[in-house]
Ligand binder design. Structure first.
Ligand code: ADP
Length: 334
């Protein structure tokens, strides 16, 4: 019974010696498939290469201004900070960046120039008394025997010029250290100015100058000693550079937000073309006169530093009919 059941092949067996006839159509399909594969590889490669080249070209073109900018920036050193970088004509981000860069180098260049000027002026001011001291000592050494008068005269010169040197050094140090001082006291400006006028009364009497102070209950935040020093300098200058029988008036006026202190004198005045430089360190209107008065031209620059450190401002203007006015504005805390 088992011999009788034989598995039936699913595909009918083809005898070995039979030739199969593949139809022409299926040959063409195979060929087309191959061609398609080769062509798609060629297209793909050309798209990749073409795309790559195009990207390289476009990115190269768009990065050119950045490369230009970077190579120009590399050529800028501390010696040619004032040199300007060419701003591209296009109104894009690169042009904006170049303009900002030019503005920044402008500010740096100005800061470097004023620092150089400051050092040169400081060196000059220190050199003058040192040169006087050296000459006096050299002359003194050349002679063997000296009279008491000669000794006294040498000591006088030594005293005057060492004082001058230490004043300059002290002022320079104060200017550098001012940023670190705390400004957290509540100050009554009227009593501060009253103290200053009281301290300067004797000098004013000697110069035949009268002093006036207007009353106003104004308070500001800050450092008492620094503000005392600033207003002392202003009032002292107003007496120093005044005329005989002249007057110095100090007016305090407070508004909602600000306090204005106006120090006016009837003195020799400051030529208008010099008023913009008056707050520069070591600036003097009349060198010989300042020296005579014991000034080195640092007073007003210290005053400006102090007022600006307190968030305020100071300007100078002519007093009518003669003299000068300094207008200081500070924040009112009332
Ligand atoms: P100094 O210590 O030499 O007085 P300042 O910085 O205080 O230096 O002043 C600078 C210059 O400004 C002085 O040389 C002086 O000629 C001028 N000056 C300052 N205040 C007055 C003023 N009230 N009237 C006229 N000239 C002034």
């Amino acid at each position: 019974m088992a011999d009788m059941i034989k598995p039936v092949p699913l595909v009918p067996a083809i005898p070995n010696n039979t030739k199969i006839n593949i139809p022409m159509e299926s040959y063409h399909v195979e060929n087309a498939k191959k061609n398609f594969q080769v062509q798609s590889i060629i297209y793909m490669l050309s798209v990749i290469i073409g795309g790559g080249l195009l990207t390289y070209y476009i990115s190269g073109k768009s990065l050119k201004p950045i490369k230009n900018l970077s190579s120009q920036i590399k050529n800028i050193t501390t010696h040619n900070l004032s040199k300007k970088i060419d701003v591209p004509n296009a109104k894009d981000e690169i042009a904006e960046l170049t303009t900002s860069f030019n503005e920044m180098t402008d500010k740096l260049s100005n800061a470097f120039t004023s620092q150089k000027q400051f050092s040169a002026n400081a060196a000059h001011e220190l050199r003058t008394p040192l040169a006087v001291l050296q000459t006096k000592v050299d002359v003194f050494k050349k002679k063997k025997d000296h009279t008491t008068v000669e000794y006294d005269s040498l000591i006088d010169v030594l005293e005057t010029h060492t004082h001058r040197l230490s004043d300059i050094v002290k002022n320079l140090l104060d200017m550098t250290n001012m940023q670190e001082i705390e400004l957290n006291e509540s100050i009554n400006l009227y009593s501060l100015l009253e103290d200053i006028l009281y301290d300067l009364e004797d000098i004013a009497i000697k110069k035949h100058v009268t002093l006036d102070l207007s009353d106003d209950n104004a308070f500001v935040y800050g450092n008492y000693n620094l503000l005392h020093r600033a207003f002392y300098n202003l009032v002292e200058n107003s007496i120093k550079y005044n005329r005989k029988n002249g007057n110095v008036s100090v007016n305090i006026k407070s508004t909602k937000n600000d306090v204005t202190v106006v120090v006016c004198d009837t003195g020799i005045g400051i030529p208008s073309e010099m008023q913009s430089q008056i707050f520069n360190p070591f600036f003097k209107v009349d060198k010989s006169r300042s020296r005579e008065m014991g000034g080195v031209g640092l007073g007003l620059s210290i005053v400006k530093n102090i007022i600006e450190n307190h968030g305020g401002s100071i300007i100078v203007k002519d007093n009518k009919p003669r003299g000068t006015c300094f207008v200081v504005t500070l924040k009112n805390i009332k």
